[in-house]
Design a protein around this ligand. Structure first.
Ligand code: HDD
Length: 723
């Protein structure tokens, strides 16, 4: 071919050389759609089914095409008048490509913008069938689910491991329609009435002038709000506890928070609170670990969830309910069931398991599924109803409303991820992004033109039976019940239920967060709130801030602690735990091979960390390196093993190894070593006689002890405590 541009053949002209269309990979059929991507059957004007199979509208066929299905031979060069331009306006491929790109983003969620999700299945135990007629709770009924976990305050691109509440939203695609349980990992909320939601979120989001800090509560407006609205004290205390920095989405409890009303087949009602209990236990990071992870792996939780599912370690949660009689007062043992800032301790009303959820598949497309999923607390099925909780009632409006901006119109229930699996025959029509081609001419009732369709269900076939709950005759007021004024007894109950190490973490968290505030008045008001929870808590935080501790301006009300609130003390399965194995010069590779095998056999993940990547000990039985000193950081590992030390006893350890071991030690992680690795630990400042530091002769024996320690999540004895 000539170099003279003027002599270049025009692509596509007769006689021109077609550009190479060789594909880098073998073209293959698109993946089959997930079962929950089915939807209401609709037809195109030519009678072709449309929309029910989203893959029809996505990648299919081997060749690159335009959106109209025309094959393309070049997508790297715009159409120009000669190779040096100018570009021609008639290049419809260029215009289509750029125009589409210009509109690829949609508004992020106004809250809970940052999230990760997974598909799964829920299997009912049948144990709730005597209190709810919801079909999906029936014995061995399997219902597909889609769960999205999230942080609340951060933007879509913010880090995962910030101190924040986590969202735990579950969409059940039941045969009777979609049921959404839109909960959090904290069982209480900041406010008692939805009308304050914009206020608490405005306070928690970054400051409006500079838009900082991102995804943090450690700033003046947040603390200004929560100290002025003392109903927020309980939720804030949970945030400052280890619950605010979960180790993994897989290791979080979930709560429906509000009291819901279940309805049985005869119309009898029971009040309930929903709980998700993780099979792996409830575990947290430590604060420094969470902060480091924000930098070294902002996708820490997202990656953890996706990796676990991909590797077959499917996370599971048991759904349970606390039940209460549906009395006119809506109270249980003095606790107002309509106040979402209150819990009912499990010791007073045990959580009764009603089903098991297993998350077993990652989304195939983040935008289509995780970003476009639209939850709504009003999506309920027969057998589940709402109560008069004023926070819940406001939510019933907000969730459907917000999607109109976020998803661009009222037809978001037609998006594949949002489609119900129940047959749909509504009279909703038209609107932005209408993808259904509805048949018939009479979307109104009654009609005579569509043969009277759609018909109404009869008394025995209808879904919703509104519970004929009494509404007390009263005057219109902007007010709340007197019991809503108690803002401190339950925060004190939570504090009294914590173990000493958990209390230390709470003290440190308040000291950090209030210490990040600039306004003296906010810090002082923060201390006044703490004085109402506990004197020692207040005094320790005050000392950290360099301020005097105020006297409480009201009584401290003691109640029996609730041991179920503490995360410390039990033993849990170690599935999916990550064990880092440090392998330096002269390491015991036989031991490394042995522990790698046993770690895998136990359902955990071994990651070999060496000075450089590749394979080591290549003769015969090589060990593959997964992390190098440059890519490894302690936060990724639940435990660390040191496979020996360099033969040259005077050699100083690599500073990155020292940092890794020092952090693992200070973060309460189990550490094991053999083959002389104790020397490396000592040089890194890790005392060999400290709790949870295991030195032994044989690699597998060391691993056995470390695995036992991992069952308790952390070596709690390593954290000093004075409370
Ligand atoms: Fe909310 C999203 C949980 C109170 C208004 N909320 C949202 C999500 C979760 C929660 C998990 C993310 C869903 C997803 O992954 O898409 N919200 C809660 C809980 C609350 C709560 C547990 C209290 C018990 N929320 C609440 C109130 C209001 C809202 C009082 C408004 C009056 N929430 C919204 C919203 C969002 C939302 C603006 C943003 C994105 C969305 O709905 O779809 O409508």
């Amino acid at each position: 071919m000539t170099d003279n541009p003027a002599e270049q053949p025009i692509p596509g002209a007769p006689g021109s050389v077609p550009p190479s269309v060789a594909e880098p990979t073998e073209p293959h059929e698109p993946l089959p759609p997930k079962p929950d991507q089915g939807g209401p059957e609709t037809v195109s004007p030519t009678g072709q089914p449309t929309g029910a199979d989203p893959a029809r509208n996505a990648q299919s066929g081997a060749y690159l095409t335009t959106a109209q299905g025309a094959r393309l031979y070049d997508t790297d060069h715009s159409l120009k008048a000669g190779p040096r331009g100018p570009v021609l306006l008639q290049d419809h491929h260029l215009r289509e490509k750029i125009t589409h790109f210009d509109h690829e983003r949609i508004p992020e969620r106004v809250v809970h913008a940052r999230g990760a999700a997974a598909h799964g299945v829920f299997r009912g135990y049948g144990s709730a069938s005597n209190i709810s007629k919801a079909a999906f709770l029936g014995r061995d009924v399997e219902t597909p689910v889609f769960v999205r976990f999230s942080t609340v305050l951060g933007s879509r691109g913010s880090a995962d491991t910030v101190r924040d509440t986590r969202g735990f939203a579950t969409k059940f695609y039941t045969e009777e329609g979609v049921f959404d349980l839109v909960g959090n990992n904290i069982p209480v909320f900041f406010i008692q009435d939805a009308i304050k939601f914009p206020d608490v979120i405005h306070a928690g989001k970054p400051h409006p002038d500079r838009e900082i800090p991102q995804a943090q509560s450690a700033h003046d407006t947040f603390w200004d709000f929560v100290t002025l609205h003392t109903e927020a004290t309980h939720h804030t205390l949970w945030n400052m506890s280890d619950r605010g920095i979960p180790r993994s989405y897989r290791m979080m409890e979930g709560f429906g928070i509000h009291t819901f009303r279940l309805v049985d087949a005869e119309g009898a009602t029971t009040l309930v609170k929903f709980h998700w209990k993780p099979k792996l236990g409830t575990h947290s990071q430590v604060w420094e670990e969470a902060q480091i992870a924000c930098g070294v792996d902002p996708d820490f939780h997202r990656r953890d969830l996706a990796d676990a599912i991909e590797s077959g370690a499917f996370p599971q949660w048991e759904l349970g309910v606390q039940t209460f009689p549906d009395n006119p007062e809506q109270m249980f043992q003095g606790i107002d069931l309509l106040d979402p800032t209150k819990i009912v301790p499990e010791e007073l009303a045990p959580v009764q398991p009603v089903g098991l959820m297993t998350l077993d598949a990652n989304p195939s497309n983040y935008f289509a599924e995780t970003e476009q999923v639209a939850f709504h607390v009003g999506n309920m099925v027969p057998g589940i109803d709402v109560t008069n909780d004023a926070l819940l009632q406001g939510r019933l409006f907000s969730y459907i409303d917000t999607q109109i901006t976020r998803l661009g119109g009222p037809n978001f229930p037609q998006l594949p991820i949002n489609r119900t699996h129940a047959p749909v025959n509504d009279m909703l029509r038209d609107g932005m992004h209408q993808t259904a081609v509805h048949r018939g001419v009479a979307p109104y009732r009654p009609n005579s033109l569509d043969g009277g369709c759609p018909f109404l269900a009869g008394e025995d076939t209808r879904a919703f039976v509104e519970v004929p709950a009494e509404v007390a005759a009263s005057r219109k007021v902007r007010d709340a019940a007197a019991s809503f004024d108690d803002h401190f007894s339950q925060p004190r109950l939570f504090w009294l239920s914590m173990s000493p190490v958990e209390r230390e973490h709470i003290i440190a968290a308040y000291t950090f967060e209030l210490g990040k505030c600039y306004e003296q008045a906010v810090k002082e008001r923060g201390l006044k709130v703490l004085a109402r929870i506990d004197g020692e808590l207040c005094a320790r935080v005050a000392a950290g801030l360099g301020l005097p501790a105020p006297e409480p301006d009201g009584p401290l009300v003691d109640s029996d602690p609730s041991p179920a609130l503490s995360q410390v003390g039990a033993l849990w399965p170690v599935d999916g735990r990550v064990v880092g194995i440090l392998v330096g010069k002269d390491a015991d590779l036989d031991g490394v091979r042995a522990v790698c095998g046993t770690v895998r056999d136990t359902g955990m993940v071994p990651l070999v960390i060496a000075p450089a990547g590749g394979v080591i000990g290549a003769d015969g039985d090589p060990v593959t390196v997964q992390r190098t000193y440059a890519t490894a950081r302690s936060v990724e590992f639940d435990a660390v093993l040191v496979a020996g030390a360099p033969g040259d006893a005077s050699a100083a350890p690599d500073p990155r190894v020292t940092v890794l071991l020092d952090e693992a030690y200070r973060h309460g992680k189990a550490i094991g070593t053999w083959a002389g690795g104790g020397r490396l630990l000592s040089m890194a400042g890790v005392p060999l006689d400290a709790p949870g530091v295991v030195e032994g002769e044989a690699a597998t024996e060391v691993l056995e002890e470390v695995t036992e320690l991992l069952g308790g999540h952390r070596v709690w004895d390593r954290f000093p405590s004075t409370v």
